[in-house]
Design a protein around this ligand. Sequence first.
Ligand SMILES: C[S@@+](CC[C@H](N)C(=O)[O-])C[C@H]1O[C@@H](n2cnc3c(N)ncnc32)[C@H](O)[C@@H]1O
Length: 236
Amino acid sequence: MTNPREHSSAVAHMFGGIARFYDLLNRILSIGLDQYWRKELARNVLPGEKGLVLDLAAGTLDVSLAIRHRFPQTTVLAFDFCLPMLRLGRPKLRGDNKKMILPVAADALSLPLADCSVDCITIAFGIRNILPRHQAFREMLRVLRPGGRACILEFGSGRERIWGGLYNLYLNRVLPGIGAFFSKDKEAYQYLSRTICAFPEAPVLEKEMQEAGFVRTGFSKLTSGIVCLHLGEKPV
Ligand SMILES: C[S@@+](CC[C@H](N)C(=O)[O-])C[C@H]1O[C@@H](n2cnc3c(N)ncnc32)[C@H](O)[C@@H]1O
């Protein structure tokens, strides 16, 4: 079994290495669909009364920006443990976003926040990288206010055949090659395919969320299930 601490430091190191290519490769590899997926995630945010949203694994801040675009009254805490990713996101913050999006170096497994302090949590393409997942769910539930919502955007399990297997061929053969060509990091984009294939199918992840204590859970598949949006709430 992987040691969680070693896993976290390997993940932070890997994202640090590819950070400067990250946005460009997202657009290329998803043919621009990544921003649509983030918009869908933001549309499902429940800002609550205080409008304090925690964007976990915030990376280069595209989700935080999508949330502020959809809900301009919100304040977004943008947490990620990889500083180079957050630093590359900073120049994207203009006008009110400079004050209302707060990038913080923090680990999703041990959040520097009080219990019941945030209205909503988002995490996009982050949960797949976090081990153990149940600890991340526990932390989310701890800091969410009762009735607060978690919105989890992640790739579906790459084991599911999509578009007659065309997507699977793309995921396993084409994507790692394009990623390696641009980023010069072969391992990082093999890691992407590998972790997508190892990731649980949506009903299994939903069950894990329920076991962790989320209620009113549900998921919707985006782009034929290439990506899934999971929702769950903290009991009132
Ligand atoms: C694939 S990127 C997603 C970034 C962003 N959410 C987006 O939509 O582009 C995954 C991010 O998760 C972060 N991450 C992974 N594990 C984490 C953890 N335990 N705590 C905080 N951030 C973590 C990585 O540093 C990386 O920036």
